[in-house]
Design a protein around this ligand. Structure first.
Ligand code: GUN
Length: 286
């Protein structure tokens, strides 16, 4: 079997096209969705991600803003900045770009953002809402992953979904969303013994670990939907995922490439959350 490619770029373009129309309609009602990204210091990779987010926001008509604090800013200064944005009626979505400088790593940054503007979905309140299946913001990557799976037309309900990687912002919320959509889920972590014995049972396999070639072709069930969230840079500067793409595509039914799979959908999902935030804040029916 040679897997069909799940084209994240094409799906993301389609989502953004639809968002453009929605933003246009909101503007007709006097509402311009606003997204503010707060950055502390400069991590080169973050600069690139932020540019992708703010340019995509602009393209669909969202008012974007970048607030950059110096590397030496204190947590109190960051909190003061975010609190101003919490109160600013022209801002509907707030995102504090990670990673933060080491001095802030142990601070509860997600908790300083007003939950109704937390378009990253990182606030414990929003994680909790997801847990009890109430309307919330689903973090951009998990939201994008679900949309990629749904785009294949393969059934989630009743499928066995195996998620490899248990981070609070990617693996856990993705597994929870799949569970909420009535999949049977198995979660694997770095301590899982005989990982392949689990992944080989997966109708849907989601991998978010950050280890190139962790998943080889023989670890994949024939016909599975494989979503590779890993972004790893080789010594030669090549970007690759956690799945051995060449081996995997001989067995999978569907597979996301890296780059061009999950990445573009993450940006689209963030924009969807921003529009959703604006609608909720202004009580516009979905
Ligand atoms: N850094 C890398 N990905 C993300 C993300 O989704 N949100 C934030 N805030 N920072 C990130």
């Amino acid at each position: 079997m040679s897997a069909k490619i799940i084209d994240g770029k094409a799906l993301s373009a389609k989502v953004r096209e639809e968002l453009k129309k929605e933003v246009e309609e909101l503007k007709g009602k006097g509402i311009t969705p606003g997204l503010t990204v707060v950055q502390v210091g400069h991590v080169p990779a973050s600069d690139l991600y932020i540019k992708m987010k703010t340019s995509a926001a602009k393209e669909v008509g969202i008012k974007d803003e970048l607030v950059t604090l110096p590397e030496t800013a204190s947590f109190d200064e960051l909190q003061e900045t975010v609190e101003k944005l919490n109160k600013d009626e022209s801002v509907h979505g707030i995102l504090v770009q990670l990673p933060l400088p080491d001095s802030m790593k142990k601070k509860r940054v997600a908790e300083i953002i007003a939950p109704e503007k937390d378009v990253d979905g990182f606030h414990p309140y929003n994680h909790g809402k997801n847990l009890i299946k109430e309307p919330t913001f689903i973090s951009a990557t998990p939201r994008g992953v679900i949309e990629l799976i749904q785009s294949t037309g393969e059934k989630i309900e009743g499928a066995h979904a195996v998620v490899v990687g248990t981070s609070s912002i990617v693996g856990k919320p993705t597994a929870l969303m799949l569970l909420n959509l009535h999949a049977t889920i198995t979660m694997c972590n770095r301590y899982t013994v005989d990982l392949g014995s689990y992944t080989r049972q997966a109708d849907i396999l989601v991998v978010a670990v950050g280890k190139p070639n962790l998943i080889t072709g023989d670890m994949i069930k024939e016909g599975a939907v494989v979503i590779d969230i890993g972004i790893n840079k080789t010594d030669e500067g090549k970007i690759m995922g956690d799945v051995d793409f060449e081996g995997a595509k001989e067995r999978a039914g569907w597979i996301t490439p890296v780059p061009g799979g999950v990445g573009p959908m993450t940006v689209a999902a963030l924009l969807e959350n921003t529009v959703l935030a604006a609608k909720r804040i202004h009580n516009v029916e979905d």
